[in-house]
Design a protein around this ligand. Structure first.
Ligand code: PHE
Length: 447
């Protein structure tokens, strides 16, 4: 193998990096928002079930293919016998990762812009603070996206150990501390209990709803960073003596756990905002959702806090930016690893080429926000991710030789053949996951 590839230095290094990828805006903002819209705890229950029965098996498929091939999502199909026909899946993965990075950097740029808004407000520079959050300014949108993109590229040029692993290990603990501190603060405020009651009382009438299930599946795939080749390439950097099913389960638990925890911050915070006079219901009577939670309700809440408001805003948006950064590096790593492994570029060059090309995509998304943004998000996350996940299941379940798969798992887990995991996982990737994914597509299209 080329020495350019790199490897995580330890188990904890991998867990931090993979959890850093998984835990992102999808957990802290997407999940609570979806739960608020889709019947509170009913959505939470469906999401948790799908995370373990569909997302975890697909996650394991990616880790196993990655570590076995010691390659990226395109290269893996060159290396594994029978893979040639599946090479298009690899290119789809690179495309999906690039599109997701393209829109994610725009949103992350907004988070960063609120960090600067808070800093300038604290310093008393109100005019420039206001410019930072002027959503109609093209220059503002492009500059903050650009700064975020450069940060991502900087980390990726550092490589696996000194870039991805080092920064994930620094930023993830900070993220968890900020999250817990904010949950404690918010739950002591007036209105928080109402939010908790809303979050934890399920509206089971919504549970059979096809849309709820598709949203929960999409959320689970997005949240675990599946179906784009991120986890596959991270898998290729794990040492051979690590137990894949166990570390996969740890990362899944961390991802689901943080999403669930973020619900204890965002939903009560909305009701705290309401108690201080902020409108949290839209004109049609439904709870405000999507971008408006983060960029309208919460800033109004921070404003209502008076002098300490900007400090809370700073901490909250720093949390969002950190979460976004440890995820965005894992997105950019997909095309970069492909370029390093297969196109034989050096890492710096690969990072510059793909980093700036995708930045151009982000600029286009900013300029044609109304027509393109939602479309690209839904193509990448609702279609490409689950379809690629499905194809990876079929590949590992039906095309890859059983002994190759078993042999790979055995490397860090010699008794795997007799484990509960190995009794059921092969059937999940062969039959249950593909059927469930297809069924969920079917109900959305025709149900
Ligand atoms: N899992 C990340 C989040 O929850 C998003 C992501 C998707 C990261 C795909 C990498 C690849 O925000």
């Amino acid at each position: 193998m080329s020495t350019e590839r790199g490897e995580f230095s330890s188990r904890i290094g991998f867990v931090m990096a993979a959890a850093g990828s998984a835990i992102g805006l999808g957990n802290i903002w997407g999940f609570p928002g979806q739960a608020a819209q889709n019947g509170g705890a009913a959505f939470v229950v469906v999401y948790i079930i799908l995370s373990f029965i569909v997302a975890y098996p697909v996650f394991m498929a990616e880790l196993t293919i990655g570590r076995y091939s010691q390659s990226n999502i395109v290269g893996a199909f060159n290396i594994i016998e029978g893979g040639k026909k599946f090479k298009f899946v690899g290119y789809m993965g690179v495309l999906a990762a690039s599109l997701i990075y393209g829109f994610y950097a725009v949103i992350a740029g907004w988070m960063l812009s609120y960090v600067f808004n808070a800093i300038f407000t604290i310093m008393g520079f109100n005019e420039i603070a206001q410019w930072c959050i002027d959503s109609s300014s093209l220059l503002r949108n492009i500059s903050f996206m650009g700064v975020f993109g450069l940060l991502t590229m900087y980390i990726i040029t550092g490589g696996v150990k000194n870039g991805i692993e080092k920064w994930s290990a620094r930023l993830m603990p900070a993220l968890i501390i900020i999250l817990i501190a904010m949950i404690i603060y918010v739950s002591l405020q007036e209105g928080a209990m109402k939010g908790l009651a809303f979050y934890l009382s399920p509206d089971f009438s919504k549970i059979g709803d096809g849309k709820l299930i598709l949203s929960a599946l999409g959320q689970a795939f997005f949240s675990l960073s599946l179906g784009v080749g991120t986890m596959l390439v991270y898998g290729s950097y794990i040492r051979k003596n690590e137990n894949l099913p166990v570390i996969g389960a740890l990362v899944t638990l961390a991802d689901v756990g943080i999403a669930f925890m973020a619900g204890f911050l965002i939903i009560p915070a909305m009701f705290v905002a309401q108690a201080s006079g902020v409108e949290i219901y839209a004109a049609d009577g439904s709870l405000i959702a999507g971008a408006n939670i983060v960029f309208q309700v919460l800033p109004e809440l921070f404003d209502s806090l008076g002098a300490v408001g900007p400090f809370f805003a700073l901490i909250f948006f720093a949390l969002m930016t950190i979460a976004a950064l440890t995820s965005s590096i894992s997105m950019l790593e997909v095309p970069v690893a492909y370029a390093v492994d297969d196109l034989k570029l050096n890492r710096k060059k690969a990072t510059f080429i793909f980093g700036f090309t995708i930045m151009a995509i982000s600029v286009v998304l900013i300029m044609y926000m109304d027509v393109l943004f939602g479309l690209v998000v839904s193509i990448a996350t609702q279609w490409l991710q689950p379809i690629i996940g499905l194809l990876l299941c079929i590949f590992i379940g039906w095309v890859m030789n059983r002994n190759q798969v078993l042999g790979e798992l055995k490397q860090g887990y010699p008794e795997v053949e007799n484990s509960f995991f190995y009794k059921i996982w092969p059937w999940f990737v062969r039959v249950i996951c593909p059927v469930l994914i297809l069924l969920i597509f079917y109900t959305t299209l025709f149900g």
